[in-house]
Write a protein that binds this ligand. Structure first.
Ligand SMILES: Cc1ncc(C[n+]2csc(CCOP(=O)(O)OP(=O)(O)O)c2C)c(N)n1
Ligand SMILES: [Mg+2]
Length: 463
């Protein structure tokens, strides 16, 4: 169906979805659940009348659906081409100049932070890091289309979502160093950010676990939107990689989201790899978008290097997700993973350097937006140099400040999970206390706030 704004989407085939009746009862549904009718085929029926496949006509032509013979894949939505030229001048970029500049600044900032943190890990100053290189447009463009009250679930390569929503460089650095100012109290690996204020759940890198969480949160939001009509309706958003979409959690989550018609946008970042596994070893179908249609969801594939396309698609997805009381939407965003998977990976062990260099040269969300800004007279070489110098300094200042902070008090290894320590935790606590007393020179307890004395006090209080 062609929409007013020029975005085409694959419509989930649910002719009965908005009929307004629930579970065979004659009770009108204010939440727009699909209708389950108890129907049976009549001798003269031309269509299968069966609850599992409504609207399927009978045919005496035996024709298998054969995706391998399809010549055209699901199309990829774009607003501008690789040289930054807008394709449909009437539709435009749907983004004010000031916002376009902000998106550009944030993409550049993210790429500078990534570069510096990757190097810091190599120098042994950080234990781990993951870059977003090539995928900055997906995170930053999509995040610019949400309401601050929407609830976000991320995988791990979406630092741009945090940045666009206002996570500060200090907050990034405090988490990376697991220092006493880290909101997670130093309990997580680097890049596992989270922010209660920004409505972003803490990163959970156990693949795909965030997807059913998001579907569940969206179900709760659906109820809340219904029960509190005076408050602006909210959605849940879930990011994941195409590799994570191979997990069972993905399928369970999409199915429950579709059957319950919950307001959730599922954003798949298809970057071509799951560490060393290329997509050709991951699936045989037409990407992840084909699965959205399979689950009966409105679905769109988008050029992830085109930040305007990402933004418009996400804006429209949000509108759809709140239509008729709520429904899930899937967007598959395509952008090649230019960087190594993480600092623990050397991707040239499984892909040619020339492949990466080709992609770097061919396309990039940052250079594409820069070309558009230059074409509009909003950007030039001097501005580029200035902003890069400034952002580099800002990142390094935050980095050095966070590096000097003490670590959180040692007790946080034990507290905050149960109201009272369990017997097992108490045993571990005593063991640690014993080791610290016997080998004081082996452990630098002074780097933790309160040092060994604070930990001893904690032990006394919890015996
Ligand atoms: C349940 C689980 N299995 C395996 C891993 C190890 N692992 C971490 S990232 C990753 C690849 C994920 O690829 P994808 O979802 O495409 O995201 P990308 O890294 O490409 O952004 C794997 C296998 C994990 N973290 N969790
Ligand atoms: Mg991937």
């Amino acid at each position: 169906m062609s929409l007013r704004c020029g975005i085409r989407r694959i419509r989930g085939q649910q002719p009965w979805a908005s009929s307004g009746w629930v579970n065979g009862s004659r009770r009108p549904s204010s939440v727009g659940f699909q209708q389950f009718r108890s129907v049976a085929s009549t001798p003269t029926a031309e269509k299968v009348l069966f609850p599992g496949a409504l609207n399927s006509r009978f045919t005496n032509t035996m024709e298998f659906i054969r995706p391998a013979l399809r010549t055209e894949a699901i199309p990829t939505y774009r607003v501008m081409d690789q040289s930054g030229q807008v394709l449909d001048k009437e539709v435009g970029v749907d983004t004010e100049d000031d916002l376009a500049l902000e998106l550009y600044r944030n993409m550049v900032c993210l790429s500078i932070m990534d570069l510096l943190m990757f190097e810091a890990q190599r120098q042994g100053r950080l234990s781990f890091y993951m870059v977003s290189a090539g995928e900055e447009g997906i995170a930053i463009g999509s995040a610019s289309a949400f309401s601050p009250s929407d609830v976000i679930f991320c995988q791990y390569r979406e630092s741009g979502v945090f940045m666009q929503r206002g996570f500060t460089l200090d907050q990034f650095m405090n988490q990376l160093f697991a220092n006493s100012k880290d909101a997670g109290l130093g309990r997580n690996m680097p890049v596992h950010y989270g922010s209660h204020e920004l409505n972003i759940h803490t990163i959970s890198s156990t693949l795909a676990t965030q997807i059913p969480h998001a579907a569940g949160a969206a179900y709760a939001l659906k109820m809340q939107n219904q029960q509190q009509p005076d408050i602006a309706p909210r959605i849940a958003v879930c990011y994941f990689g195409e590799g994570a979409a191979s997990e069972g959690d993905f399928h369970g989550a999409l199915n429950i989201a579709a059957t319950r018609q919950v307001p959730c946008i599922f954003i798949c970042r298809n970057n071509g790899y799951a560490i060393s596994t290329p997509t050709s070893d991951q699936y045989r179908g037409d990407g992840i978008a084909s699965r959205g249609a399979g689950y009966g969801m409105d679905t769109l594939r988008v050029d992830g290097n085109d930040i305007f396309a990402v933004r418009r698609a996400t804006k429209e997805a949000r509108r759809l997700a709140l239509e008729n009381g709520g429904k899930p939407v899937l967007i598959e965003m395509m952008a090649y993973r230019v960087g190594h998977h993480s600092t623990s990976d050397d991707s040239f062990a499984y892909r040619q350097k020339v492949e990466v260099d080709d992609w770097k040269r061919r396309d990039n969300p940052i250079t594409r937006l820069r070309k558009w800004l230059e074409g509009r007279g909003l950007w030039d070489e001097d501005k580029e140099r200035d902003i890069r110098n400034r952002l580099r300094k800002e990142v390094l200042t935050a980095f050095e400040k966070a590096e000097k902070e003490k670590k959180p008090p040692m007790q946080h290894v034990f507290d905050g999970v149960y109201e009272h320590l369990t017997q097992e935790q108490k045993t571990h606590m005593e063991e640690l206390s014993d080791i610290l007393q016997r080998y004081p020179k082996e452990y630098d307890t002074e780097q933790y706030e309160g040092g060994a004395a604070a930990f001893r006090k904690f032990c006394e209080q919890n015996r």
